[in-house]
Ligand binder design. Structure first.
Ligand code: AKG
Length: 393
């Protein structure tokens, strides 16, 4: 099986990469958080009630905690496809932030995209905390361990518009059981949000400062725990307290929280109530976008590759003018939502071609136009820069 190559000599630097004076506190925090996470009742396979609906227990746990870990969803064969694509994407990463070539001198991944694509970061840094980026939603700076001398100057942290770069990610996007979950959580007329591939390379991966996603509905009377939607996060190699996402359980029910206060009360960026996602390869977490979440610099030996794709309720996006982070500010009318939703149709067809024995998901809103959306070379051209029409709210 090809392995993601991070091009870093590991043995002699292992002992040097840590959180410095805070290393012991960090180690205890990770150990405690892991125990708390594993004691929660929000993990297990995707199961159904006798009437065929997603299990009530799963839905109750998701709405209570703000996240759920679906175990063993993506099998070895599909993970291998994704691994091959991810290895290739990393080979094509720009050699530096805003560079137009990769390390082989070829046009870099994303260099010909009009929409947002690659985010390069300094190893183990926090590029967002304490800045105005993303409507200022990351107020607290995270600890930044020293990078090893051998580290490259830049590492790829995120690729957006993933579905145009990886057929394997496109096929995952059409996963029937996950789309059943999306329908159960957001209603059968659920809509896309956006897609990203998050990569935390060992001893290099940078942090993502604590935040709550969403900016559109916080002050509106209609706000409830699900207004800003959710993300699925498929873990290619699994994840743990060192390289994974942390979530504050229940925080999605509390409206917009003051993250600076949470950090002050905690005495550091180690938020006291947070727990890490603990996943095995092929597990898929569903994480409410309103939950407080973030991830630390990855000082561990383990790579995290998370394939993210998010969905909204139609009523949260229909008729709204929003954007500005993932996509240009746009008005989300019927035509816009329908055009963006074609990605689901292509994904379902691409998946059917690869896994013909599976029963496909029926996406109601575009069921009348199935034949328009076959996954062909013409379709490949049609989805170029599709993420300019992400549905950010
Ligand atoms: O996976 C991560 O480390 C960060 C993901 C995140 O912040 C998000 O999806 O909003």
């Amino acid at each position: 099986m090809p392995k993601v190559d991070v091009n870093l000599p590991l043995d002699d630097v292992a002992a040097l990469i840590d959180f410095g004076d805070d290393e012991l506190k960090m180690a205890r925090y990770k150990q405690y958080g892991t125990a708390q996470a594993l004691a929660m009742h929000n993990r297990g396979p995707i199961t159904y009630d006798p009437d065929g609906a997603l299990s009530t227990e799963i839905l109750d746990a998701y709405w209570r905690e703000g996240f759920y870990v679906f175990e063993n969803v993506v099998g070895a064969e599909e993970r291998r496809d994704i691994e091959v694509d991810v290895a290739e994407l990393l080979e094509r990463a720009p050699i530096a932030k805003d560079a137009s070539v990769d390390k082989h001198g070829r046009p870099a991944l994303g260099s010909d995209c009009k929409g947002r694509s690659v985010r390069m970061t300094r190893p183990l840094s926090d590029p967002l905390g304490g800045t105005d980026a993303n409507h200022g939603r990351h107020p607290v700076k995270m600890a930044e361990p020293n990078a090893p001398d051998e580290a490259p100057e830049w590492v790829m942290q995120l690729l957006l518009g993933t579905l145009q770069h990886s057929d394997a990610c496109l096929r995952l996007y059409g996963h029937p059981e996950l789309l059943n979950v999306a329908a159960a959580v957001n209603g059968p007329d659920f809509t896309p949000f956006n897609e990203g591939l998050w990569i935390k390379q060992p001893r290099l991966g940078s942090s993502v400062a604590w935040h709550q996603d969403g900016w559109t509905w916080w002050d509106k009377p209609e706000l409830d725990s699900g207004t800003h939607g959710f993300n699925f996060m498929m873990q290619l190699y699994g994840c743990d307290a060192a390289n994974g996402l942390w979530v504050v359980p229940g925080s999605h029910t509390k409206g917009k929280l003051d993250i600076s206060d949470l950090a002050s009360e905690s005495g550091s960026d180690r938020l006291v109530d947070a727990v890490p996602l603990i996943c095995a390869p092929g597990d898929v977490a569903i994480v409410n976008r309103q939950a407080v979440h973030g991830s630390f610099a990855n000082t561990s030996d383990n790579t995290r590759v998370s394939v993210h794709f998010g969905f909204h309720r139609r009523k949260s996006v229909y008729g709204i003018t929003s954007g500005g982070i993932h996509n240009p500010v746009s008005h989300y009318d019927d035509a816009y939502i329908r055009r963006r939703s074609r990605m689901l149709m292509y994904a379902i067809d691409a998946r059917q071609q690869r896994f013909p024995e599976e029963t496909c998901f029926e996406y109601g809103p575009l069921a009348d136009a199935k034949d328009e959306f076959r996954w062909t070379s013409a379709a490949r051209a049609d989805i170029r820069d599709y993420n300019l029409m992400d549905i950010g709210i």
